[in-house]
Design a protein around this ligand. Structure first.
Ligand SMILES: [Fe+2]
Ligand SMILES: [Fe+2]
Length: 273
C-alpha cells in the first residue's frame, strides 16, 4: 500500500490559456481533448472506488482507507484544475462532446455490479499511467510551452503514476476475476481511443487546423514516430493482459523525480510549505 500525498498545484489559471498553447496544433488538440474528459472521468473513478470500498469487509476497508482517501484527494484536485483549464477552451469556442457521451456510458456501467465500475476504473487508470509514463519520459514534448502548463501536465502525470495501484487493488480486494478485468480493458480501450480521436478532430475543426497538412504531419510524428506515443507505449499498455500483471511492476522513478525536483510548484495539502 502506498502513501498518497494530496498536492495543491500552485498555478495561475485566471490568465487565459490559448487553445493553441502547444506549438504543434495536433498535440494541443489531443491534450485539450484529454483534459475535456477528466472532470467527468475522474469523478467516475472517485465514485467507483467509494462504492467499491463499501462492499469490502471492515478490516480490508480499514487497511485500504488511507490510500483510497489519497487517491480521491488527488483525482478531485485534478478535476478541479482541468475544469478551470477547460473553461478557457470553451471561452474560445471549443465544444466538449466527449463529456456528455461519457456520462451516458457511465450511467450504464453504474447499473451493473460495482466490480465492473472498478474494473473500468482500473483499466482507465492503466491508460493514464501509461500516458503519464510517456509524458514524463519525453520532456522535450513540453519543453517550449508556458511553465505553468508544463507543470500542470507533469504534476498530473506524476500523480497518475504515483496512484496507479489503487483501483487495481480495490478490484482485487473485491474478488474481481481476470476475465472481466481484461474484458473491461478491451471495452475501455475501444471507447477511450475512439472518443479521444473524435474530440481531437472536433477541436482541430473548431480551431481551424483540421485541413492543414502540417497538422497531420505533426500527428504522425506525435503518435507513430519511433519515440511517438503509440509506438513507445504499446508495450506498457499490453502488459495489462498478462495474467500476473500488477501496476506496481511499472517503473515510477520519473514520477518520484519530478515531484522531488518541483516542490516549489505545489503545496502538500494539510502541511505548511
Ligand atoms: Fe487524475
Ligand atoms: Fe488517476
Amino acid at each position: 500500500m502506498s502513501q498518497l500525498v494530496v498536492r495543491q498545484l500552485l498555478i495561475d489559471l485566471e490568465t487565459p490559456v490559448p487553445v493553441r498553447w502547444h506549438e504543434d496544433a495536433f498535440v494541443a488538440a489531443f491534450m485539450n481533448a484529454l483534459s475535456m474528459s477528466f472532470p467527468v472521468g475522474e469523478q467516475f473513478f472517485i465514485d467507483s472506488l467509494r462504492r467499491g470500498m463499501k462492499e469490502l469487509p471492515p478490516d480490508v476497508q480499514a487497511r485500504l482507507a488511507p490510500e483510497v482517501s489519497g487517491f480521491i484527494g488527488q483525482e478531485a484536485t485534478h478535476r478541479r484544475i482541468h475544469h478551470l483549464f477547460n473553461q478557457h477552451l470553451q471561452n474560445q469556442g471549443m465544444v466538449n462532446h466527449w463529456a456528455p457521451r461519457a456520462l451516458k456510458r457511465i450511467a450504464k456501467v453504474e447499473k451493473l455490479n460495482v466490480r465492473h465500475a472498478v474494473a473500468a476504473t482500473a483499466a482507465t487508470e492503466h491508460f493514464t499511467a501509461t500516458l503519464a509514463h510517456w509524458l514524463l519520459s519525453h520532456p522535450e514534448l513540453l519543453a517550449n510551452v508556458e511553465p505553468r502548463l508544463r507543470n500542470l501536465w507533469l504534476w498530473h502525470a506524476s500523480e497518475e503514476s504515483e496512484h496507479r495501484n489503487t483501483a487495481f487493488d480495490i478490484y482485487s480486494a473485491l474478488g474481481g476475476n481476470q476475465a472481466w478485468r481484461l474484458h473491461a480493458m478491451r471495452f475501455v480501450s475501444f471507447f477511450l481511443l475512439s472518443d479521444l480521436l473524435r474530440q481531437t478532430v472536433n477541436n482541430l475543426w473548431h480551431e481551424g487546423s483540421l485541413f492543414k497538412w502540417s497538422t497531420w504531419r505533426g500527428a504522425w510524428r506525435f503518435l507513430f514516430a519511433p519515440q511517438g506515443l503509440f509506438r513507445s507505449s504499446f508495450g506498457m499498455w499490453r502488459r495489462y493482459f498478462q495474467a500476473d500483471f500488477h501496476p506496481s511492476q511499472d517503473d515510477d522513478s520519473l514520477s518520484r523525480q519530478w515531484l522531488a525536483t518541483h516542490q516549489a510548484a505545489y503545496s502538500p495539502v494539510g502541511q505548511s510549505h
